[in-house]
Design a protein around this ligand. Structure first.
Ligand SMILES: Nc1nc2c(ncn2[C@@H]2O[C@H](COP(=O)(O)OP(=O)(O)OP(=O)(O)O)[C@@H](O)[C@H]2O)c(=O)[nH]1
Ligand SMILES: [Mg+2]
Length: 196
């Protein structure tokens, strides 16, 4: 598939199924802990500084943000999990919305699940991965902030992450940095592979 990655716009924000786009363009969802680098990942892949960040209004985190990419595919930015200040009720609402999207959406081709490369995956990271495996949703693990780790330690960190997740070798893994654009080509390769 040939796509112009710079031709991208925010399409809409949704909280429930009725608001999702009604066509059959393939979608790639981005999931991960709050602050892990989801918006930065989107901006880096689309060659933009602020496309993703500008759309996320504080206090309105309970939304799925749909980005149109060249009328060929969409990124779906899922609100981050593991945010300490969120109430139980909000957490439950978040869970319901994510579950509704991830388990019922025919357009969904893969989930880019972001983890912080510096640390062992959190219990929430593991839970998200298990959830995706349970529903047999293809996963691309993106280990972010690689620029903060010396290159010589990347393998070690990759092993720690894979071990903690009980990583399935049929899934894909990308060492990524929004600072250096490390992993840009591989991430796009895997994404485009998933939407063929
Ligand atoms: N050094 C470095 N910093 C990064 C990288 N990716 C993201 N950051 C920084 O991490 C912080 C959070 O990044 P965001 O992209 O806003 O994270 P997010 O996952 O979208 O966060 P929420 O929208 O709150 O869920 C920002 O200060 C980014 O500049 C990276 O690859 N390297
Ligand atoms: Mg964000």
């Amino acid at each position: 598939m040939k796509i112009n990655t710079h031709n991208a716009q925010i399409l809409l924000s949704a909280v429930s199924k009725a608001q999702y786009p009604q066509d059959d363009l393939p979608e790639i969802a981005l999931a991960g802990r709050s602050n892990v680098g989801k918006s930065s990942f989107i901006n880096t892949l689309l060659g933009r500084k602020n496309l993703a960040r500008t759309s996320s209004k504080p206090g309105k985190t309970q939304q799925l943000n749909f980005y149109n990419i060249d009328d060929k595919l969409r990124f779906v930015d899922v609100p981050g999990y593991g945010y300490a200040k969120v109430s139980k009720a909000e957490r439950a609402k978040w869970g319901k919305m994510i579950e509704e999207y991830l388990t019922n959406r025919d357009n969904l081709r893969a989930v880019v699940s972001l983890v912080d490369m510096r640390h062992e995956p959190t219990a929430d990271d593991v839970q998200m991965y298990d959830f995706l495996k349970y529903y047999e949703i293809p996963v691309i693990i993106v280990a972010t902030k690689a620029d903060k780790i010396p290159r010589g330690k990347w393998n070690k960190h990759e092993s720690i992450i894979k071990k903690k997740l009980d990583f399935d070798r049929s899934d894909r893994f990308v060492v990524f940095s929004s600072e250096t654009r490390q992993g840009y080509d591989l991430a796009w390769d895997y994404i485009l592979d998933s939407v063929q």
